[in-house]
Structure formats: C-alpha cells, structure tokens
Design a protein around this ligand. Sequence first.
Ligand SMILES: [Zn+2]
Length: 273
Amino acid sequence: MCVPGCEEAVRHALTRRGFFRGAAAAGFAATAVAAEPAAAFAPRRFTSVVDLTHTMSPDFPTFFGVPGIELEKKFDLKKDGFNLNWWRIVEHAGTHMDAPIHFSEAGATVEQIPAASLVVPLAVIDVAAKAAQNADYLVSKADLAAWEKKHGRLPDNACVAMHSGWAKHAGDGAKFTGKDSAGTFHFPGFGADAAEWLMKERKVAGLASDTLSLDHGPSKDFKVHYMWLPSGRWGLENVANLDKVPASGAMLIVGIPKVKGATGGPTRLMALV
Ligand SMILES: [Zn+2]
C-alpha cells in the first residue's frame, strides 16, 4: 500500500540496475507465455521512445514474395462521408511476431500471450560487422558471451535481438532477401547452438531479428523456429532501428494485435530508452 505520491517516488528511485534485480528476485515462470507481471514489470523512467517498426506496405519484401498487405478503399470521405480501408494481411510480413503456435501443434496463439510477457528488457547483440562480411552469418554462443562480458548476465524475461545491419536494406528486396539464382535466401540469423544455450542457461522471453527470419537465409530445416517457438517463447522478425537503441537497458513493448487464433501478426515495436 502506498500513500498518494509514494508510488511516483518509488518509481523515480528505481535505477536500471535495481529494476533488473527486481526482475530476478520476482522469478521467471517456466515459459514466456506464463510470465508473471508482478514487480518485474514495475514502470521506470525513460527519456525517449525508439520505433523499432518498419512501415508496412505492399512493397515490403516478404518470405513468400507476395505483398504482405493489401489495402482496399471501401469507403471514401467525399462519397460516403468517411474513409475506411479493408486490409488483407499475411500474418508473417513486415515487422511481426511469431507466436508459439507458428511452429508447434499446441503452442499459444497470439491472444493467449499475456500482456506482461510483451513488455520486456531488450538486449541487442551487434553482429553487423561480421554480417557485412558474411550474409549467412549465424549469431553464436560466443556473441552472447561477448555481450554478457560487457553488460552482465542477460536479464530474465529479456528479448534477445540480433542487430545484423539488415534493416537498412529493407527498401531493396534483392539485397534484403539475398535471393540467389537457385532461389536460396542469404541473410543472417540465430545459430541453433546459441538458441539452445539461451533456452537452457538463461530465461529469455523472445528472440528478435532484423532479417526475414530467426533462422538464417539458407536454412531449409528452420531449426531455431522448431526449437524456440514450441518451448512457449515468441519471436520477432524484420525489426528496425536496432542501431538506435543501447545494447543493454532499454525496455521493449511488443504491440501485437490481439487476434483470436493468430499465429503471429504485424507488430508495433517500441523501445523505451
Ligand atoms: Zn514469422
């Protein structure tokens, strides 16, 4: 119980370090979708909001090579008195979420993911220099270890994001997909060993990538998807602006529309810095 003004004072007193200690003390549920809100998600101060979302349009490159969204104007202000479009959307296009059901029989659909597990600490793994040399680069355990050496242990319930530098290619479909003459994609992703380590050794809520997929372009077996999503964790793909947030310390808000039965969907991602 807090007297008027007390909550505000407590909020202001929370340092970033204190926030993460609180998150650790509050514990972490077995699966991301069952995360408890509790003190782990106590509001704290932030000074800016960074939009990690690409603008969605029919031109944004997609995995299937078809427009990820189509808008049809159904009502027009001049004719009908108001403007209104109908949308036809591919669930997994643009900046979007992969819900656990996307690669599992009985995983959570979007509306079953608790809001508390959609506001999480953001850890950004910068592999842009390596990915510039190798379009098929895989985030490794060594990359995660290097992050921890610099920033400390990955906070519980975090989203671990790969910053490969690919977001800047989003306006160039050929470069973004890296599609070769045989039809194989070339873009970076997470290594299965790194994903497995995160699942076993850390308590991570979600993975995020700034490319079309959590698995790298040439993947045919989608190993990371098949490992990560059935465990109850979520994924984010085509994330933008990871070069504009700190490697550690931001909070991520995953604004996914609450659609019954959805396997994912276009998502507004905002980082509180
Ligand atoms: Zn997806």
